[in-house]
Unconditional design. Structure first.
Length: 107
């Protein structure tokens, strides 16, 4: 069942292309705050519910803008490379931990 709120959200975004439904993160060295503007509902929920931010800008098409401290924005990290030897050691440690957890749960 589609609620009225869901229909309204879809109707607002209908006049924009998928390319135009963007998320922009903007910050510079001079200002202490970063600015995020997004049409993406998952970003909006995360910023409002998980980080407790309030939108400073709401447009008619469903986009919202937020200001937040730059310390909340982290550089992407490269995927950690694990050697086959290290992977084998980690597998043994994990197997032992699982065995201990299962044996203590049945005891």
């Amino acid at each position: 069942m589609v609620t009225k709120v869901e229909v309204n959200k879809k109707a607002r975004a209908r006049n924009l292309t998928a390319y135009e439904l963007e998320t922009v993160i903007n910050f510079n060295q001079e200002e202490k705050l970063a600015h995020i503007f997004t049409y993406e509902m998952t970003w909006q929920r995360h910023l409002e519910q998980k980080l407790g931010l309030k939108p400073i800008l709401v447009n008619d098409s469903g986009g919202k803008g937020y200001d937040l401290p730059k310390t909340l924005i982290h550089m992407p990290q490269a995927k950690r490379q694990v050697s086959p030897e290290r992977k084998a050691v980690l597998q043994k440690v994990l197997a032992k931990a699982r065995h201990n957890r299962l044996s203590s749960a049945t005891a």
